[in-house]
Design a protein around this ligand. Structure first.
Ligand SMILES: [Fe+2]
Length: 322
């Protein structure tokens, strides 16, 4: 059954403007938005509807946005906040567009939230499919607020009390034993050119929705105050709730698709099953704020002393700092 339009056309005299509709993909996460031609010139009511849908459904998808180039992609991102470049990886366009390319270490086949090794990691990510493989290469997202809400009460209380250290300097060889030499080189020389360590609460209170969400993923190194074994067992326990299929959605990319997700309430996983076929996506991230735990404590950067400004634009969190 088609969804009711959430934004009517501005007036009946502009029939070229279709109504914006939001169609859910599953009970807990994911929706397809139609009736929007993405770019920097959307009406405020459309931007508000898109933002509200992203907050409610955690990830929203737009088909047939082939008209978008790097400039239009960035311009759409600006309607959601301030774009921020990756802290260490140079962009594909000299500005904000991160290249996620199959041949250049761009295989993100670990469950993660983008850039959680810095305190004010991105609020939103906007991913655009430029080249898609003939098969495979899907992306999965999980609703980390639903994962938290679904925990039994004693585990919610435990998670509320924990903090975890995230770093971009993880054991790449252990996680990616089949990585190619150029992927190792990309990881060593570029991705970890600055090593970040950040302590986050394991449960963050969402600054816009007030929801509590698990904050874990592959950049987590350990739970603060626990020994290695206890730490790993607890990380695996909570992470297993994030990865429950009921909390996830899976997207099969077509060229011109755009996915917009709330990076504060999701994890995602790029499935590496396209063999050697080309897969190229472009990602623009929107600056976020420093997470706050259920006890009111904020995340803390442990090292280095501050997050340096990237090659272009502001440093992470600069646009949201109080
Ligand atoms: Fe990612």
């Amino acid at each position: 059954m088609p969804s009711a339009p959430v934004v009517e056309p501005a007036s009946s005299s502009t029939p070229a403007e279709p109504a914006v509709t939001v169609r859910k993909l599953g009970g807990r996460i994911g929706a397809v938005i139609s009736g929007v031609r993405l770019g920097g010139a959307l009406a405020p009511a459309v931007v508000a509807a898109v933002r509200a849908a992203a907050l409610e459904h955690k990830v929203v998808f737009f088909r047939d946005q082939d008209h978008l180039d790097e400039e239009g992609h960035e311009a759409f991102g600006r309607l959601l906040g301030t774009p921020v470049a990756h802290p260490t990886v140079p962009s594909a366009d000299g500005r904000y567009a991160l290249g996620i390319d199959s041949g250049h270490g761009g295989r993100a086949n670990q469950w993660h939230t983008d850039v959680t090794f810095v305190p004010a990691y991105p609020a939103f990510s906007v991913l655009r499919a430029v080249t898609v493989p003939p098969y495979g290469g899907n992306t999965l997202w999980s609703n980390t607020a639903a994962a938290y809400a679904g925990l039994p009460a004693p585990l919610r209380a435990l998670a509320d009390a924990l903090r975890a250290v995230h770093s971009n300097d993880y054991d790449y060889a252990a996680l990616r034993p089949d990585a190619r030499p150029e992927e190792f080189a990309q990881y060593r020389e570029v991705f970890t050119s600055t090593t970040f360590r950040t302590e986050h609460p394991v449960v963050r209170v969402h600054p816009e929705t007030g929801e509590r969400a698990l904050l874990l993923g592959s950049f987590v190194q350990r739970i603060e105050g626990l020994t290695g074994h206890d730490s790993r067992v607890l990380i695996d326990l909570f992470q297993s709730h994030v990865e429950r299929p009921e909390h996830t959605t899976r997207w099969q990319w077509r060229t011109g698709d755009v996915a917009l997700w709330d990076n504060r309430a999701t994890q995602h996983y790029g499935v590496d099953d396209s063999d050697d076929h080309d897969r190229r996506l472009r990602r623009v991230t929107i600056d976020g704020d420093v997470p706050v735990g259920t006890d009111g404590r904020r995340s803390v950067l442990l090292s280095p002393d501050e997050v340096p400004a990237p090659g272009f634009g502001i440093a992470s969190g600069a646009s949201t700092a109080a």
